[in-house]
Design a protein around this ligand. Structure first.
Ligand code: ARG
Length: 465
C-alpha cells in the first residue's frame, strides 16, 4: 500500500501498483531543461482556463481561481522561489502540481480536454515564436553593422579571391555586403517558417481530439496564433517547425562560420587586413605575445553543434509511427541549444564587426598584386573586337613574359605593352590601375563604387524600415 501511494503521487499514477524505478525517474525527467518553457506553459494554461470558463467546463469562479494561481506560480518561478521536482518529470506536471497545492482540488480541473502531448507542442511553438523574433532582430543588427562598416570604408580596395588566390580587386564594402545578402536570405527563411509555426495545436488532446465542447479558435486568438491545427494526430506529433528552424539556423551558422573564417584569416600577420579589438580577443597562457580571435573561432566551432542539432532531431523523427512517442521529448535540447547559441553569437558578431579596424594600406598592397588586372587588359582587347579566348591567350603570354622577366604588368611601358599585345589602344595603362579595374565593374551586383554605394543605401533603407 505504501508503494501504491508513492506511484499514486504521479499525476498519472492511478493504474500503477509500484513506485517508479529511480533510474527510470532520472532517465526520463526533462524538467532540468524544459523548465525554460514555463512562461509559455503558463500562458497556454491561462488561455486554456479562460476557454474552459467560456464553454462552461469551468465556472467563472473556478477559471478565475486557476488563472490567479497560475499567475502567482509564474511570479514565484521568476523570483526563483519555485522548487522544481524531477520526480514530477517535466515543466507541465510541476506547474500543475504546484497549482493544485496552491488552490486545492479545483486546480485538478485545469487538465480538462488537453494532454501533455498537445500542451508541449503548444509550448514549443510559443517558445519558437518568441525566439524567432529575437534571432531575426539579431541578424538585422549584424547586417546593420556590416552596412555601417561598408559605408565607413566605401573606397577601401582589397584583393578579391577565388581558390584563396588573388583574383581581381574588389571594394571591402562589396565583400562585406556579400555577407549582408546571405544574412538577408537567412532572415527571409525565418520569416517563411514563422508562418508554419503560427498554428495552435491545443485541443488535439492526447492524439484524437476531444469530445468535450472546447473552442480552439478562442485559445488561438488569446495566444496570438493565426490558425489551429487541421489534424489532431499531426497536431501532437509534428515537429517540422523545429526542424525547419534548425535547418535555417544551420544555414545561418554556415554563413557566420564562413565570415568568421575570413576574419580569422584577415587578422593573421600573413594577411594583416584587420586589427581585432583587444576587448574581444583573448591571450595565451604561455605565449605572452599572442592575441587570439576567439569569437570567430568559437562561432566556426559552434557551427558543428548546430549542424548536430539538426541531424539529431531529423534522426529522432525518421522512424516514429504516429502519433506522439516519448522520443519527441528529445526535440527540446537541440531547440534550446540552437536558440541560446544564436542568441549569444549574433550580438557578439555584431559587436565584433562594428569594432573591426581595417588596415587599408595592407589591403591595398595585397590588392596591388603584379597581375591582378590581367582580366581588365583582356577586356580591353575584347572591346577592340578581339574574341575573348584569343584575348585571354594573348594576355596569358604577356603575363608569362613578365614572370620570366620578373616584372609586373604595369612595369611595362605603354609602347612595349602595345607591341606585345597588338590590339590594345594607347592610354591602356590608365585602365590597369586598381581604381580603374574596380570602377569598370558596373554590371548589376558588380564591385564598381556606384553599384556598391547603391547596394549599401538599399540595405540601409531595408534595415531602417
Ligand atoms: N515531457 C514530455 C515531452 O517533452 C511531455 C509530453 C509527455 N507525454 C506523455 N505521454 N508522456 O514530450
Amino acid at each position: 500500500m505504501a508503494e501504491k501511494k508513492k506511484s499514486g503521487a504521479k499525476p498519472w499514477g492511478g493504474r500503477f501498483t509500484q513506485a517508479t524505478d529511480d533510474l527510470l525517474e532520472s532517465f526520463s525527467a526533462s524538467v532540468h531543461f524544459d523548465y525554460r518553457l514555463y512562461p509559455y506553459d503558463i500562458a497556454g494554461s491561462i488561455a486554456h482556463a479562460k476557454m474552459l470558463g467560456k464553454v462552461s467546463l469551468l465556472s467563472q469562479g473556478e477559471a478565475k481561481l486557476i488563472i490567479k494561481g497560475l499567475q502567482e506560480i509564474e511570479t514565484e518561478i521568476k523570483a526563483d522561489r519555485f522548487e522544481w521536482d524531477p520526480k514530477l518529470e517535466d515543466v507541465h506536471m510541476n506547474i500543475e502540481r504546484a497549482l493544485v497545492k496552491k488552490i486545492g482540488k479545483v486546480g485538478e480541473k485545469l487538465h480538462t480536454a488537453r494532454s501533455r502531448n498537445d500542451q508541449v507542442a503548444l509550448d514549443t511553438r510559443l517558445y519558437l515564436k518568441d525566439a524567432l523574433k529575437i534571432i531575426h532582430g539579431g541578424i538585422k543588427e549584424l547586417r546593420l553593422s556590416l552596412v555601417r562598416q561598408g559605408l565607413a570604408g566605401q573606397d577601401l580596395i582589397m584583393p578579391g579571391y577565388t581558390h584563396l588566390q588573388r583574383a581581381q580587386p574588389v571594394l571591402l564594402a562589396h565583400h562585406l555586403m556579400a555577407y549582408n545578402e546571405m544574412l538577408k536570405r537567412d532572415m527571409s527563411r525565418l520569416e517563411d517558417l514563422s508562418v508554419r509555426v503560427d498554428v495552435m495545436p491545443l485541443g488535439s488532446a492526447a492524439l484524437a481530439g476531444t469530445g468535450l465542447p472546447i473552442d480552439m479558435k478562442f485559445v488561438a486568438k488569446e495566444l496570438g496564433f493565426s490558425r489551429v491545427v487541421a489534424n489532431s494526430l499531426d497536431g501532437v506529433s509534428d515537429r517540422d517547425y523545429i526542424i525547419e528552424f534548425l535547418a535555417g539556423a544551420a544555414m545561418l551558422m554556415m554563413h557566420l562560420s564562413r565570415f568568421s573564417e575570413d576574419i580569422i584569416l584577415w587578422a593573421t600577420s600573413e594577411f594583416g587586413f584587420v586589427d581585432l579589438p583587444d576587448e574581444l580577443c583573448t591571450g595565451s597562457s604561455i605565449m605572452p605575445q599572442k592575441k587570439n580571435p576567439d569569437i570567430p573561432e568559437l562561432v566556426r566551432g559552434k557551427t558543428g553543434r548546430v549542424y548536430g542539432n539538426l541531424m539529431g532531431l531529423l534522426t529522432v523523427m525518421k522512424g516514429l509511427p504516429l502519433s506522439y512517442n516519448r522520443d519527441l521529448q528529445e526535440d527540446k535540447e537541440p531547440l534550446f541549444d540552437t536558440v541560446e547559441t544564436l542568441s549569444q553569437i549574433l550580438p557578439l558578431m555584431s559587436r565584433l564587426v562594428s569594432r573591426l579596424a581595417f588596415k587599408s594600406e595592407n589591403m591595398r598592397a595585397a590588392a596591388d598584386d603584379p597581375y591582378i588586372t590581367a582580366t581588365d587588359l583582356a577586356d580591353q582587347l575584347v572591346k577592340q573586337g578581339i574574341p575573348f579566348r584569343q584575348a585571354h591567350a594573348q594576355v596569358g603570354q604577356l603575363v608569362r613574359h613578365c614572370l620570366e622577366n620578373n616584372m609586373a604588368l604595369t612595369d611595362l611601358d605603354e609602347s612595349e605593352l602595345i607591341r606585345l599585345c597588338p590590339g590594345v589602344k594607347p592610354g591602356i595603362k590608365k585602365e590597369l590601375t586598381l581604381e580603374a579595374s574596380v570602377k569598370a565593374r558596373v554590371s548589376t551586383g558588380g564591385t564598381a563604387p556606384q553599384q556598391v554605394k547603391a547596394a549599401l543605401e538599399k540595405a540601409l533603407e531595408e534595415l531602417d524600415s
